[in-house]
Design a protein around this ligand. Structure first.
Ligand code: GLC
Length: 512
């Protein structure tokens, strides 16, 4: 059987506030994304994941949803969304929307009703517990604030649970009406034609009904990085059934923010939970060959071998410092890192702007807006070198990223030696090489043993074999023969590989 589209696809995450504005405003919008689809076409990605664009008070910049079935006027309306979806499909691009089931905004009609009285029929849609002010029901810590994951509601005299901000109360999935309501949201978007969902905090939705304390050794860690209970698996099976009931291989890709690949793997279930899961340990791994070998082996062992799952590879997103910045700021490393993303076995998810080699923006104190301190990676995309960088407004909602005058889409498109062209060439090579999409993977121990700073692997299928070598250490002799298809510094492409790889360089080689 042919591999489903999402196994071959390269995904591209768009954070709508920061991508492009069609209206000359400081925040991006859906029509702005539609106008810039040429960029995605040229780059050669296959699928887009849109972070939330739903009505929201924006306490967590859209991850506090007050209506899951509409578009915030800041971004457009349902008509704009439908046009964007149609344009994506016309270009052969798939579109995923972000489903945020774990919590709603405290301004959502459901929570307003729930909070209005203990007798409200929707009271039980959220997680309430008796108690006294000052003593939360358990020791769970909220993300972003570091305080308790519980807020006391004075008017009704109970605590409510929120793994994130107090403005993001957790839904109670033990209530079948909540399960049905979330399935209804899925159907709303699936009926409109979306190709699937990125599910926010997918591992967080089920709760141990006893709400036990988190262990003392994880004290201070937000509960959202620890919640890992059997209840969630049943709920994901239910969501999977909804997606699978539609034609066209609709996808559920979950954010499982547990810092153990072994635990992440369990969310693939028996082929009946998530189709794909994010796996964050590689994102947090430093630029170090031995650590990366371990990440590759963990993904192979736990996800592929034990659960028959399909891994994903992500280095940057809207929640973390961009990888170029994390790896010390060198463009050479950012270039070499693309070979990990696009060369390992699994589905890569790129974050808009990484193809420009963007670093995090420096955000002066007075412009900081995110309660989680994540503004730097959310800086607006510079489209050209003019003063407004293609936005129609000189000051966007966050400061421009570093070097925006030179490091922008238009300038890098004009420079065939740029990192942008490297992404484009490697994406084209991936598209042309089935071994890179769905082929088997084997790490090359002999090559790595001779060059300890190197991570090297082979991908192959019936059509052929390629070798990828990423050098995270000093310049090294690398015993691989073949023709260089793509090189991170652009050198020697189309020629026989010379056997020496410089520090922070990578190559894709058609193996002999
Ligand atoms: C996820 C999102 C993050 C958000 C949080 C709460 O981790 O990626 O941006 O703040 O969930 O919804």
């Amino acid at each position: 059987m042919d591999a489903p589209w999402w196994q071959r696809a390269v995904f591209y995450q768009i954070y709508p506030r920061s991508f492009a504005s069609a209206r000359g405003r400081p925040t991006g919008d859906l029509a702005g994304i539609e106008q810039r689809l040429d960029h995605l076409d040229w780059l050669g990605v296959d699928a887009v994941w849109l972070s939330p664009f739903y009505p929201s008070p924006m306490a967590d910049f859209g991850y506090d949803v007050s209506d899951h079935c509409d578009v915030d006027p800041l971004f457009g309306d349902l008509g704009t969304f439908d046009r964007l979806l149609a344009s994506c499909h016309a270009r052969g691009l798939k579109l995923l929307v972000d489903l945020v089931p774990n919590h709603t905004s405290d301004q959502h009609a459901w929570f307003r009703a729930a909070r209005s009285s203990r007798d409200d029929p929707q009271r039980d849609w959220y997680v309430w517990r008796d108690g006294v002010p000052g003593t939360p029901p358990n020791n769970w810590v909220a993300a972003f604030t570091g305080g308790p994951a519980w807020t006391w509601d004075d008017a009704t005299g109970q605590w409510y649970l929120h793994q994130f901000l107090p403005q993001q109360p957790d839904l109670n999935f033990a209530n079948p009406e909540v399960v049905e309501a979330v399935h209804g949201i899925m159907r709303f978007w699936l009926d409109r034609g979306v190709d699937g969902f990125r599910i926010d905090v997918a591992h967080g939705i089920g709760k141990d009904p006893a709400l036990p304390d988190d262990p003392p050794e994880s004290a201070g860690m937000p509960h959202s990085a620890l919640n890992d209970t059997v209840e969630t698996h049943e709920l994901l099976r239910g969501m999977r059934k909804v997606a699978d009931s539609y034609p066209g291989d609709r996808l559920i890709l979950g954010e499982v923010f547990l810092l153990s690949t072994e635990r992440v793997a369990t969310y693939y279930g028996n082929g009946d939970e998530l189709h794909l899961s994010f796996n964050f340990p590689p994102l947090f791994a430093p630029w170090d060959a031995s650590r990366w070998r371990r990440q590759i082996d963990d993904a192979t062992h736990h996800i592929v071998d034990r659960f028959g799952g399909w891994p994903t590879w992500v280095l940057s997103n809207h929640d973390n410092v961009r990888h170029r910045t994390r790896y010390g700021g060198s463009e050479a490393r950012a270039r070499a890192a693309v070979f990990l993303l696009l060369g390992l076995a699994g589905s890569p998810v790129l974050y808009a702007g990484e193809e420009l080699g963007l670093e995090d923006a420096v955000i002066p104190e007075e412009r900081r807006v995110d309660p989680g301190g994540r503004d730097g990676c959310r800086a607006p995309i510079p489209w050209d070198g003019t003063r407004d960088h293609g936005w129609g407004v000189e000051d966007a909602w966050l400061p421009w990223p570093p070097e925006a005058d030179a490091r922008n889409v238009a300038a890098l498109r004009d420079d065939t030696g740029s990192i942008l062209h490297l992404y484009q060439r490697l994406l084209a090579a991936r598209r042309a090489t089935t071994a890179l999409q769905t082929g088997a993977l084997e790490r090359l121990d002999a090559v790595e043993g001779a060059a300890p700073g190197v991570v090297a692997w082979r991908r192959w299928d019936d059509a052929g074999a390629v070798v990828v070598v990423v050098n995270m250490g000093e310049a090294a002799l690398v015993d691989v023969e073949g023709t260089v298809l793509v090189a991170s510094d652009g050198m020697g492409e189309g020629e026989a590989f010379g056997g020496v790889l410089g520090a922070d360089r990578a190559v894709l080689i058609a193996a002999r």
